[in-house]
Design a protein around this ligand. Structure first.
Ligand code: HEM
Length: 256
């Protein structure tokens, strides 16, 4: 049932606002995990190199930590949970950082440096892993220093990179459909070359577009915030002196 408060609350503040995102993330995690749940290297989507027995356990660990990052990330961007349960937000944030991004990113960096899909995706994977680790640790440090505006900005970038793995897979399907008919022409019948082209295109487009979109959104939200602040300062100027002495102007929520 929709309450009276829900009719005036912005959509993003409602308790169920995160449901569509969570459903997509959950579907992706189920899709990502199932071939690895059996721990049978024969079912891996990436054939493990015969001369590197450690590759498969590292890949499985990466998938498990990556899934943790993706699911916890959905909770972290949920405004309702942040406002109502800041303690849960802090606990899940630690899990996102230390039980998700950091181990998954370090493993992604290692696997990315030895990827069998060629140099173009190798460069993409290594840069993505470094940016993922950097944005997340920067966001975590900002929260520890109670610099919540910067914390939010870094974590929006981290979120975009976490979720970019979904757009990566969508691009892979798009490029497979677009390039397969060109196997005999553009790629001279060389299937490995075509697979490298698909992986490279999907890898780069997968994360650069979400990161640009996140920057664009952050710029817009900064502009909206300064418009709000200007109009608030015009409206409350006569009360400013009494508010300052009573501390009423302080940030209500400790975070985000
Ligand atoms: C954002 C930083 C990430 C980086 C740099 C990264 C990197 C990699 C690399 C290098 C591989 C091996 C394939 C290859 O050589 O290209 C891989 C595989 C994989 N990664 Fe990630 N990854 C990241 C995030 C994630 C996340 C958040 C998930 C969520 C579940 C995930 C799920 C998987 C899966 C399932 C595979 C195995 C391939 C497949 O079955 O589709 N990764 N990743």
């Amino acid at each position: 049932m929709i309450s009276a408060a829900d009719t005036v609350r912005p959509w993003s503040q409602r308790p169920w606002a995160v449901a569509p995102l969570a459903a997509i993330a959950l579907a992706f995690v189920v899709f990502a995990l199932w071939p690895y749940a059996s721990l049978d290297p024969g079912r891996s989507r990436i054939p493990p190199p015969a001369d590197a027995p450690v590759y498969y356990p590292l890949l499985v660990a990466h998938v498990v930590f990556g899934s943790t990052a993706m699911l916890t990330c959905c909770l972290q961007v949920w405004p309702w949970l942040r406002r109502r349960h800041p303690g849960v937000h802090r606990a899940v944030g630690r899990l996102y950082t230390f039980g998700g991004v950091i181990p998954a990113g370090l493993l992604g960096l290692t696997l990315g440096a030895v990827t069998p899909f060629g140099p173009v995706i190798r460069a993409s994977n290594v840069l993505l892993a470094l940016l993922w680790l950097f944005t997340t640790t920067a966001g975590y440090r900002m929260a520890r220093q109670r610099r919540f505006v910067e914390h939010r900005r870094w974590m929006v970038r981290s979120f975009a990179l976490t979720m970019s793995i979904i757009t990566n897979r969508i691009w892979a399907v798009v490029w497979f459909l677009a390039l397969s008919p060109q196997l005999q022409t553009t790629f001279g019948g060389n299937e490995a070359l075509m697979v490298q082209a698909i992986a490279g295109l999907s890898g780069w487009l997968g994360w650069t577009i979400p990161l640009i979109a996140a920057e664009w959104w952050l710029d817009g939200s900064r502009a909206r915030q300064s418009v709000r602040e200007r109009s608030n300062s015009r409206n409350v100027r006569p009360l400013a002196a009494s508010s300052a002495s009573s501390g009423a102007g302080r940030q209500r929520s400790p975070c985000c």
